[in-house]
Design a protein around this ligand. Sequence first.
Ligand code: ZN
Length: 356
Amino acid sequence: MASLLPILLAASSAFAADQGMQVYFKGTTTARRIVVPALSRPGDVIHDTGPSMPLPAAFDSILFHGRTQAGVGFEARAGLGAAWGPWVGPEIETFSNGRFWGKFRLAGTAGTSVHLRLVNRGVPPSRVIDIFEIEAFLRAREPVVVTPSRVDLSTRPGKPDVETRQEWNAAPPKYDYTLTTPSRITIHNTAGAQPETLEDARSEMRLIQRYHQAGRGWNDIGYHFLIDGAGRLFQGRPENVVGAHVLSHNTGNIGISFMGNYHPPINDQPSPAQLKAAVELIRWLDEAYGIAPETLVGHRDLGKTDCPGDNIYSRLPDLRKAAAEPVPPPGPTAPELPGAPARVRRFDFARPFTGW
Ligand SMILES: [Zn+2]
């Protein structure tokens, strides 16, 4: 039995500080946009995922989040081979921006499939219901990582405005953070909503924090910075503590997450204001911590995930390029020579980067 030990250790550490296992169904990605049929009546099944692909490791809960759930009953069951357990309902928490997340207390071993369905409990016809993510999760406390040193330059001048945790009414972390020095950047998407108003964005922040703390069991929201649809920056974890956003790559890694779902079938697009805010933040992180913008990566570069979604991933070259552009120092500039107009380079986020 000794030979099994490394496998068990690998399986248990795999979920300590990453997303869970995304649940895939035949022919579809996890996310889905469901329109309630016009003739649907209470008691009818609105949507049936069919059995998922078998999950690669053990889990003790199924987490999901989406938008618009009033009048919809969610049910799930787990099955191994031909043996299916009973349908069960989730715990659901709702937020003022129309978002919800839920958790089914369903457990299974590697090879288990899950099956979800949505039942009409009085939802109006034609209502649109988004399910952004469905993941199988094994709860685990975040590992304590010993780091030799840390540097906190979070109040260094020139930093873009960042909405504080107090402003978005964050809950405190559940236990002490592990300190670290920022040394690299990973770009994510929240795979959720892309809020435009400050009120909706604050609500989204609280949902993500609850999903990470109460759903995944983490210490705090996993990312360090988040960007709403209007280009506002929000503080997740303090930047000088270890986050929970990339499996096995969290030490020194600043997680910047675009609020929204940038992958089929939802397909949000990053707004110019979002991209501009990201550039200003990345540029400042370079000034403060010496993190070269050219080295930033997307989550999918480090692990098996769709994150940050095709529509963000395709813009990473733009972000690297724009953030690496030198900013002219303030003050008087040298007079222009006649006939030699200054070369003004201004990044246009409405178009993909094709060279200066
Ligand atoms: Zn990610």
